[in-house]
Ligand binder design. Structure first.
Ligand SMILES: [Zn+2]
Length: 808
């Protein structure tokens, strides 16, 4: 039976001391099987949960054995149908992309149901009202019981959380199997912000993905699943000689919900929890590496463990636990270069989302190495073979981190901010190898290195051995550049939020920005000329050497001063950080036109066809789908959409806010950035707040719907896909005082309702385009009429590229 195999592809289950009451209940939940005395023939029985409807048309329903008197699950074989119809157009389009129709309406033959909501009562009521009699069905038992045995663990902990809570947030979960879509999942879970979810596990080209067809809040509004928020952390970490990490975190949390006995914490699965102790010295039970639903594992990883509290939480109450853990999150990349992995999960924290609070970090590490960390270093000393250092946060941090290496340093002061660039002494093995051998095309390869493409090997010139560059050679320049950029970005963003900035290398094809601590790809530490000699292609050189340092720098404001609040808003900080970086690069060397050129490349990227030729990159999905853009259909969808389109969206906002006649044409845009950062200082920045702030400062010309809101803009550019294509026909007639230009602006490739304010220019050679005026589109064709003192040769649509529109 496919259902069991797919849904229960196992997560290794750690062995645990048995004996605690929760552990016993958990084992009992796993052991539940179909109750042989409660199997029924059912016809036309429907369950409805928000936008989901499950109809048992004709078949056999078996209840799971009661758990302490309560029915928590059932199985069904026969003919059933599941229907799901989200209201949100973006969710409809998402479903359509995966299933070819904007709703789920599909027959299924097998259903595994788990619930802590009122489902059991509904089933009982139906059985009573239809006077159903139990039947003997050994086949159902032999079919289902092995499957139930493998599926149960994925919902046992979830069930236990509700059973243990005096204030439960129930769930309803279906694993379904049908001929049309195979095995898939539908669930409505009040322990999610967006309670309604449908999707499935997909395998493609060796990768395993979770295709999230749709996820959205219940019609009553989003859930409030948060149990606790962090107040402060005090973390003691030892990095051993063999790079193993041993940690002891004292975490103080404030409960925000009453009645909970089980509190989830995020921690890398690579780190094994050894003990959890409360302030009285009592050892608390915990669950780690238990089976979770595949959806949870594939979307977020199994990086979560659950602390069992002897007493229920009380909202407002502070809880303090000492958590001890150990494992391996650092790996050696060769030549004394280290990859610090699990940068967001190396200590236990209650939420994925940003919670700004204080940190006190102590590290102990081999004395031959250097360690940098978030916060202010208050001291460092040697103890035998060890070095010990202490860092405290002097501003609220949403996350803490560290990096490790054998560093050479260069420092500059950017005003009051002390900037230090740390470089490895050597290139890691993978990069070193590139320069030792022949040039070729370098492509990122996994988190730890680089590879040459096959063609590059073949095309490589014969004996052109290159002496490997020294990463430390660039740090002087890099420090000066970053210091310069920091001061320059303050004009856009206001004062740098931290007293110091550490920049450090990561042997990977990526950068990351933690408060006051930036990770840059080791390729950023290789001069561009050397990259070129090694065959790194031009756009990658631009990305690693020019864009990445300043993109990550801009994240110090957009990400570390104001952070995104949910996956749906991540584009805001990405778009802003990238745009600010491009503004800096553009101002540094105006003759290079880096902003215009990059926007042009991004436009091309978004218009590029996907490999199957059916759709463009833009059509992968709207910005507001965030990480959901990654799926089996487009494994790198997030990256391909969010950077180019997020940057364009910010650019369009700036262009609309620009006042070309003013002394500072960007005074409104600058004001927007300032007030967003001021009002969301060390806090989250949801899209709703961005919309509100824009509504406050928008010009009358931006109010295309006359609603005093920018909703039209967000609906089109953030919550939908589509890039308009414009063309114009016109004729010129001579009037009494010059020429009259009459014509039609055509808008294609977007829905008829798409709104835009399109600037039209006239040209007459020789000479620059001159603005005629704007046309606010209404439908596929919008007539226009302008007057002009000269007779134009041509009309040019938006020559200044203020709008993301398709290139002809
Ligand atoms: Zn970024």
């Amino acid at each position: 039976m496919g259902l069991g195999v797919c849904l229960a592809a196992a997560v290794a289950q750690a062995s645990h001391p048995s004996g605690s009451p929760e552990r016993k209940l958990y084992d009992e939940l796993n052991a539940l099987r179909v109750d042989r005395t409660r199997i029924y023939h059912v016809r036309q029985f429907a369950l409805r949960r928000d936008a989901v409807r499950l109809v048992f048309e004709d078949g056999t329903l078996g209840l799971l054995e009661p758990f302490h008197g309560r029915v928590l699950g059932a199985v069904f074989s026969g003919s059933a149908r599941v229907l799901a119809t989200p209201r949100d157009p973006a969710e409809k389009r998402s479903i359509s992309r995966f299933l070819g129709a904007p709703l789920v309406d599909t027959p299924v033959s097998k259903v595994y149901l788990r619930f802590t909501d009122g489902t059991a009562g509904e089933i009982e009521a139906f059985l009573r009202s239809s006077a159903a009699r139990p039947v003997d069905d050994p086949e159902l038992l032999s079919d289902w019981n092995p499957v139930v045995g493998t599926l149960n663990p994925s919902s046992s902990l979830r069930t236990l959380r509700d059973l243990d809570s005096s204030n439960p947030l129930p769930f309803f979960q279906l694993a379904l199997s049908g001929s049309q879509h195979g095995v898939f999942e539908v669930s409505v879970d009040d322990r999610r912000w967006e309670q309604v979810l449908m999707g499935q596990v997909k395998y493609r080209e060796g990768g395993r993905y979770y295709d999230l067809w749709a996820m959205f809040p219940r019609s009553e509004g989003p859930g409030q699943p948060e149990i606790a928020a962090p107040v402060r952390y005090s973390i003691d970490t030892t990095v051993q000689d063999d790079l193993a990490l041993r940690g002891r975190a004292r975490i103080v949390l404030r409960a925000v919900r009453d009645g909970e006995h089980i509190v989830p914490l995020i921690l890398s699965r690579e780190l094994h929890v050894l003990s959890v102790t409360d302030t009285t010295g009592r050892q608390l039970d915990f669950f780690q590496n238990e089976d979770l639903s595949e959806q949870e594992i594939l979307r977020r990883g199994n990086d979560v463990f659950f602390v069992v509290l002897p007493e229920a939480t009380r909202a407002g109450q502070e809880m303090q636990w000492d958590v001890e853990y150990g494992g391996s999150v650092i790996s050696a990349a060769g030549n004394q270069v280290f990859y610090v992995g699990e940068r967001g999960a190396w200590y236990p924290r209650p939420n994925d989302s940003a919670d700004f609070c204080s940190f006190d970090l102590t590290f102990r590490w081999p004395k031959k190495l250097d360690l940098v960390a978030t916060g202010k270093k208050t001291e460092e000393h040697e103890e035998g073979e060890w070095r010990v250092g202490h860092w405290i946060s002097d501003a609220p941090l949403s996350i803490a981190g560290f990096n490790l290496g054998n560093y050479t340093q260069a420092s500059v002061d950017a005003g009051p901010v002390h900037v230090t660039v740390n470089a490895n002494q050597q290139l890691e093995d993978a990069l070193y190898g590139l320069f030792r051998s022949r040039p070729g095309i370098v492509a990122p390869y996994g988190p730890l290195g680089w590879r040459r493409t096959e063609e590059a090997w073949q095309a490589a010139s014969l004996n052109a051995s290159i002496s490997p560059p020294q990463p430390a050679a660039v740090i002087g320049h890099l420090a000066t550049d970053i210091g310069d950029a920091l001061s320059s970005m303050e004009q856009w963003n206001g004062a740098f939020p931290f007293a110091r900035l550490e920049v450090s290398p990561l042997p990977a094809a990526m950068g990351q920005s933690w408060p006051g601590l930036i990770y840059l790809s080791t390729l950023t530490f290789v001069p561009k000329e050397a990259q070129q000699r090694a065959g790194v292609e031009p756009r990658a050189r631009f990305s690693f050497s020019d864009l990445m340092p300043f993109h990550e720098l801009a994240h110090q404001w957009w990400g570390n001063l104001a952070q995104f609040s949910s996956y749906r808003d991540e584009w805001i900080v990405e778009g802003l950080a990238n745009y600010i970086a491009l503004l800096y690069l553009d101002a540094r060397q105006p003759s290079d036109h880096i902003l215009a050129q990059t926007l042009e490349e991004y436009r091309g990227d978004l218009q590029a066809k996907l490999p199957d030729g059916s759709q463009t990159v833009d059509q992968i999905g709207p910005l507001a789908l965030g990480q959901r853009l990654d799926s089996s259909l487009t494994p790198k969808g997030y990256r391909r959409v969010v950077y180019p389109k997020g940057t364009w969206v910010v650019h369009m906002l700036r262009m609309m806010l620009q006042d070309p006649g003013a002394k500072d044409p960007d005074v409104r845009f600058r004001g927007l950035l300032h007030s967003l950062l001021e009002e969301h200082r060390f806090n989250t920045l949801p899209e709703a707040d961005l919309r509100q702030e824009l509504a406050r400062i928008m010009t009358p010309e931006m109010d295309l719907e006359a609603m005093h809101s920018m909703d039209w803009f967000f609906d089109q550019w953030v919550h939908a896909t589509g890039i308009p294509r414009y063309s114009a026909d016109f004729k010129v007639t001579q009037g009494a005082k010059g020429y009259v230009i009459q014509g039609m602006l055509r808008q294609a490739d977007v829905p008829e309702t798409f709104l835009a304010r399109v600037p039209l220019y006239r040209t007459k050679s020789p000479g620059k385009p001159v603005l005629l005026g704007w046309v606010v589109t209404s439908g596929e064709e919008t007539p226009f009429r302008f007057s002009s003192p000269v007779k134009p040769d041509h009309i040019v649509i938006d020559p200044g590229h203020t709008l993301l529109a398709a290139r002809e």
